[in-house]
Design a protein around this ligand. Sequence first.
Ligand code: HC1
Ligand code: SF4
Length: 562
Amino acid sequence: MDYITIDSKKVPIEGEKNVLSLIRKAGIDLPTFCYHSELSIYGACRMCVVEDERGKIFASCSEQPRPGMVIYTNTKRIQKYRKLIMELLLASHCRDCTVCHKNGMCELQSLAYKVGVHDVRFPNTREERPIDMSSPSIVLDPNKCILCGDCVRTCDEIQGVGAINFAFRGSKTQVMPAFDKKISETECVGCGQCAAVCPTAAISIRSNVSVVWDAIEDKNIRVVAQVAPAVRIAVGDHFQIPKGENSFAKLVEALRIMGFDQIYDTNFAADLTVMEESAEFAARLEKGEKLPLFTSCCPGWVKYCENKYPEFAENISTCRSPQGMFSAVIKEYYKESDEKEGKKTVVVSIMPCTAKKGEILRKDNFTDGRQDTDYVLTTTEVIRMIKQMGIQFDKISGESADMPFALASGGGAIFGTTGGVTEAVLRRLSPNKDYQTLRDISFTGVRGEEGIKETVVDYQGREVKIAVVNGLANAGKLLDRIKAGEVTYDFVEVMACKRGCIMGGGQPGPAGPRTKQRRMEGIYKVDKSSNIKSSDENPAVVALYQDFLKGKEHRLLHRNLK
Ligand code: HC1
Ligand code: SF4
């Protein structure tokens, strides 16, 4: 086997494409801003520089490993070099760290500390630039940008959107949409993946924290929370909870301490979505109409399809997302009590996703002209609120969500990761729900991290072709193949974010490969521990259909498409 030597440790080369990967394999956490294993190599930030035995200094992310190489990662020269790079980055960065909302979560801040920069010798010569607040999902603040390009490559390579790019030259270089447009005037789908990779607050999540505190403070407002499937396995990340552990009960207790009046589980509404989407799929299959049916629960995907492939817009399920269905049901549920008590119900949904902030503003998601979800808080915003309140999240023991919307099946839980919607629909449509059948469904190929998964299942004696897609660029590839007649499907699940909602733009970061893996496992553990596996077996769902929902299914659960 071939080796390289890193700081006197021999490290085997096992297919790694760059020296940086071997350094990390050796257990050394070398700082980087612009290196991400899933993106093309850019080599711009130079933070990962190392020195070889000949005294040559180079960026380890863009250097191929050669057998016999000897690498030093922390010589005096390297330390000096890194400090200088950091100082130059800080020189052109605004200095409002103490009041920045990324304070404490900023990679620039933590790396400045790590490399030992305590002073910046250079004046800040950069002009103040306007902040773009036009999107409901993200905020672009060019004054905080270090030009690492992570956001540009993510939007282009992973999401296939290309809404932002570098503009101007030299000291005027800036990341922004083309033609001086605002981000809301581009094809941006609000997925927030750019914000998730941004090491500073140059692209950040549009915050609703203060308006939610205002609502909680108002005694005439009933503040109702719904908590999405993927939030529970990431909210603990900032509180020393093991990665991927289910923190739902702790979150419920924390929300109660904060002053939320009712706390419900969006997994319950995911069960409602499975019921409606399965029925819609079965009906379309029977008629042979508008196939493939595309899932509709991911707003980033819905917008992407409408923007880039409008010819497929009719194929998207008419079902609202679980968030949309649930908020409509909650508002209807409290209608009478609100009138009697002179109160107003405000629904706050707690989501891993920034695009959900845009979904709630879509008119096709309104009920009788009313916006059902009032505010969306991402997982990171909720983490901030927990910290603001001083709740010792790791110490509280946890409580149950409120009835009647606390009970969910495992099928609802697995919505939080790629393949979950499809698996839940297959469980629902299967006449048998025994252990072996459900196990067989889980092995049809719908699980796993691949960008495009395909499978064929039997449904009432016919072959049903299914694709599961995650990452919008992969959706574009699949749609191109469908358009070219190269492939046909009956059912296609699309999630905008790679690995699904567990890696939504509103989840805490940075999340390395192990965290991603743990989050996926965390979702399946929630399913495993659930006594009810299929949405149609959820007694709370059955009861809702028998009584409250009678005659209102279409009005509350489907998009109003004219
Ligand atoms: Fe998702 Fe969904 S699974 S879209 O990823 O269908 O955001 O978690 O809440 O609505 O349930 C997100 C997650 C979420 C919806 C559900
Ligand atoms: Fe691109 Fe998504 Fe960021 Fe919009 S939110 S700029 S689509 S990565």
